[in-house]
Write a new protein. Structure first.
Lengths: 766, 136
């Protein structure tokens, strides 16, 4: 199973390096990977059907509780099949759609990374592992949305998507860590036993807030939904795959996965129902005003995700069955509609639904696929979508409270959704064919077969629901912890309220389709209210944040070395004096003072005089030379107190620094009064405060008992273990040679830095 | 800065200072000294030469750009650390030759490590100073 997941990453690596050679025909080979994986996961179906789950574990970082634990059960099998199945179709489709693109290798590479990480996400049994894959899907989505990186719009959309989903990722990580901390394990399997503990814990509210923040951003729930329409800047196969069928359902997956652990609590259910309810209605309403086909599909996708969240929130057995069925329903018809939109866009060059008509005459198989997808989305009887819709109504009808409200919410949403389904799947193909499109012809079979396969499978499952109910839906229900003897999905439930509601939906959708003509005018009317939309608020927020950042940078990072030094020293003085005054009992004892010798006195006087010279000197050169005199005096102190190594090094460094200063200063004008008296006073005060602080610390250190263990060890063992008599050098080359090695590397990097910065700059001037 | 006194002195001081730096490097294990200080002294020697004779003369004398020493030094230090792995000792264990060499005394792999440090310090200091004095 590990190989199955990693194979995507490996092939991505391969494609990245050898992708250039992969022109059109060879790119078919890449499609073999998802096809093979689909077959592989399909082979687990009998085992899952029997109620078993497959478990695989490999130790990775056991000390942190992060292991490569993978578990295949009903829920993850459903997602794995979706990921690899739709993945296979999308890979095939892209061979024709992306044909001749310059970076086709890169495209397939990102797509493989995404597929692998999405598989990892749904198969992980360890929450930290799950999180790693979660972030990987966001990263690959970022690259795929911005795939046409010459367009500023694409770049902006991918950044927005990244900001929202990545931001949600932080919350999710915090949630997972909290979850791990509360239960004492990072394994989802083991968490199942601590349901009572978690739900009665006072942090339960925080916990679900964090997890929801991650799931809602990823699954584009209100008010975070606005990144998804922007994400439609990606190439259409990517929108079909990531932003409709799989990745956006990752949030749904996480909610579903944790339902048996955290679910069935009022907080959990109410939040999900409210957020899902708002999202499904809001987005479905929005979708009817769009004229761009991908815009319509984006909003109806958001609405469908809202329905899923809503169903998970209801949490009853009917609702959970409905959710499991609807995941598959939606993936099949929405991916199909996206692929069809891609073909239309590819062939006619427009996605404006008002301009498209009559295409059935030139591309009949695509029209059939579109029709199948549209009727499945509308829930016409005998389709898979009909069963999904039936279950949804059955779930709302059996709700204990607010039955009428919930049911009417679902019906209205579905009327809008079926309208947008017709708009995307039927409208472009119906009516008269404009003359300009007469010359069009059917594209390559790789493009029209995948949507047709999706449409037909939607039909097939609709006619024969018994293909899935026992084998897939039943095990999914088992992962929710609901055990029912037999789940059986039927085409016909008899005449009842549910059927009535279904007919209302269908009639409503058809009426809307007949009476509302999509036009850009209504979209324009809607845009007046955009100032209140979450997206506008988010934009204002980022704008404000950028202004703050610019102001902060201007203040802190103004390019003057003296300003940096002032700030650093000022901050240090404040911080350390605060600590000294607040926490340290300052006392001066003269007990450990030694008498000042004659030589020390002389050195001290020299130093004091030189410092005065530095401060009041009128020449830069004098100031620099005097600074090095102070440095030499310090060397003498080192020598006097028995640190000849230190003194030698300090001597050499001081010499070199002076040379360096002189080299630079020679080129500067002799001396300029750059700063006024007031600034000088400020500097003096700061320097004085710093000096006093250091003096207090030095005196305070004398009061502390010295710990001589370490120095004793080194001086005892330098000769015994390292055969050296100079302890300092033995430490450098033997005891702590590793440090020295790294330090010399740092030195080398510094040299490269100086060299490249100065050389590049001067060569640019030339 | 073309002062004849300095120029003459620098020409004689260069070999002397380099010898001194090698001396400091070699005695490091027993008495004050070592690769770091040695490298600094050697670079001072070259800097002095360049101040007296001009940068171009020093570069001619060096023949290769000074950053050549950095990879050599790092490589030598790393290699002296890797050698113990061959006989199954941990990374950077110091190995000693059994017999003392004339003049230098006992030699261990730490000496090669120190020579590596010496070369890196020499290379880094000269690279930085030469680059800066060329650019301003």
């Amino acid at each position: 199973m590990l190989i199955a997941i990693l194979s995507g990453f490996l092939s991505a690596l391969f494609l990245l390096f050898f992708g250039k050679r992969l022109k059109s025909s060879l790119s078919l080979i890449t499609s073999l990977l998802p096809i093979g994986l689909f077959a592989y996961f399909l082979s687990f179906l009998p085992q899952i059907r029997a109620g078993n789950s497959v478990y695989y574990s490999l130790e990775w970082v056991p000390s942190l509780g992060v292991n490569l634990d993978f578990k295949l059960d009903g829920l993850s099998l459903l997602f794995s099949l979706l990921i690899t199945g739709i993945g296979a179709l999308v890979f095939l489709y892209s061979t024709a759609y992306m044909k001749g693109h310059m970076h086709i290798g890169k495209f397939y590479s990102y797509l493989s990374i995404f597929m692998a990480s999405m598989l990892g996400l749904v198969l992980s049994d360890n929450v930290l592992l799950l999180f790693v894959f979660w972030e990987l899907t966001a990263i690959s989505s970022f690259f795929l949305i911005g795939f046409n990186n010459e367009s500023a719009e694409s770049r902006k959309s991918s950044l927005l998507a990244w900001a929202i989903t990545g931001g949600g990722g932080f919350f999710l990580m915090a949630g997972f860590i909290l979850l791990g901390g509360l239960t004492g394990t990072y394994s989802i399997q083991e968490m199942l036993t601590s349901k009572e503990l978690l739900q009665s814990h006072e942090l339960y509210g925080v916990l679900i807030f964090l997890i929801f923040a991650g799931a809602f951003t990823k699954s584009a729930q209100f008010p975070f939904h606005f990144w998804l329409p922007g994400a439609m800047k990606a190439p259409t196969p990517v929108s079909a795959y990531l932003h409709s069928a799989t990745m956006v359902k990752a949030g749904i997956y996480v909610i579903a996965r944790f339902t048996p652990v955290l679910g069935n609590h009022p907080y959990w259910n109410d939040t999900l129902m409210i957020v899902g309810g708002i999202t499904m209605l809001y987005a479905a309403f929005h979708s009817i005003f769009r004229v761009d086909l991908k815009g319509i599909l984006a909003y109806s996708t958001i609405s469908a995700l809202g329905i899923l969240v809503f169903l998970l929130g209801m949490g009853s057995q009917e609702a959970l069955i409905a959710a499991s069925v609807f995941i598959l329903v939606h993936a099949l018809y929405k991916a199909g509609l996206f692929l069809i939109t891609g073909i239309i866009d590819h062939e006619t060059g427009t996605r404006d639904v008002t301009k498209l008509a009559g295409l059935r005459k030139v591309m009949l198989p695509i029209a059939i696929a579109g029709g199948l997808a549209a009727i499945s989305s509308a829930g016409i009887p005998l389709t898979w979508g009909f069963i999904g819709k039936d279950l949804l109504y059955a779930a709302t009808m059996s709700s204990e409270s607010h039955m009428i409200l919930l049911t009417s919410l679902a019906v209205i949403t579905n009327i809008f959704l079926s309208y947008s389904g017709y708009l995307a799947g039927i409208k472009p193909f119906a009516g008269e064919l404009p003359d300009s499109y007469k010359a069009l012809h059917l594209p390559s079979a790789f493009m029209w077969v995948p949507p047709l396969v999706l449409g037909i499978s939607g039909m097939l499952f609709g006619l024969l629901p018994s293909l899935l109910d026992q084998s897939l839906i039943q095990p999914i229900l088992a992962t929710f912890g609901e055990v029912q003897e037999n789940v059986s999905l039927k085409i016909w439930h008899g005449f009842n309220t549910v059927l009535l509601l279904s007919s209302v939906t269908i009639v409503g959708g058809v009426l809307l389709y007949l009476y509302i003509k999509p036009s850009s005018k209504s979209l324009h009317r809607l845009s007046r209210y955009e100032a209140f939309a979450p997206q506008a608020i988010f934009n204002r927020l980022t704008h404000g944040m950028r202004n703050v950042a610019v102001g902060f940078t201007k203040f802190m990072h103004n390019g003057f070395l003296r300003a940096y030094l002032t700030k650093i020293v000022f901050f240090m003085v404040c911080l350390i004096s605060f600590y000294l005054i607040r926490y340290v009992d300052i006392q001066f004892s003269t007990l450990r003072f030694t008498t000042i010798s004659f030589y020390e006195g002389i050195i001290f006087i020299i130093m004091a005089v030189t410092i005065l010279v530095i401060v009041f000197s009128a020449s830069r050169l004098t100031a620099i030379i005097s600074t090095s005199v102070v440095g030499y005096c310090i060397c003498l102190f080192f020598l006097y107190y028995g640190a000849p190594d230190l003194a030698m090094t300090q001597f050499s460094i001081d010499t070199l620094t002076t040379v360096l200063f002189v080299l630079v200063l020679l080129k500067l004008p002799p001396y300029l009064k750059l700063r006024d008296k007031k600034a000088q006073m400020q500097d003096g005060l700061l320097a004085g405060a710093f000096g006093i602080m250091i003096a207090v610390i030095a005196l305070q250190v004398l009061n502390e008992p010295t710990n001589k263990n370490i120095s004793q060890f080194y001086s005892d063992n330098a000769y015994l273990l390292a055969k050296g008599k100079n302890v300092v050098n033995v430490i450098l080359v033997d005891f702590r040679a590793y440090d020295t090695l790294v330090e010399t590397t740092v030195l080398a990097i510094a040299a490269i830095g100086v060299f490249s910065m100065l050389k590049i700059k001067s060569s640019e001037i030339e | 800065m073309k002062i004849i006194l300095l120029k003459t002195a620098a020409n004689y001081l260069l070999p002397l200072l380099i010898l001194f730096s090698i001396f400091i490097l070699l005695r490091g294990h027993y008495e004050p000294g070592g690769g770091f200080v040695g490298g600094l002294i050697a670079s001072i020697a070259f800097i002095l030469h360049s101040l007296a004779n001009g940068l171009d003369k020093t570069k001619q004398l060096l023949r290769y750009p000074p950053f050549i020493y950095i990879p050599f030094g790092l490589g030598l230090a790393l290699l002296s650390g890797l050698t113990p792995l061959l006989i199954g000792k941990p990374f950077l264990t110091v190995l000693w030759f059994d017999d003392p060499l004339p003049v230098i005394g006992y030699v261990g792999s730490a000496l090669f490590f120190d020579i590596g440090v010496y070369l890196v310090v020499l290379g880094v200091t000269l690279t930085i100073l030469f680059t800066i004095s060329e650019s301003v």
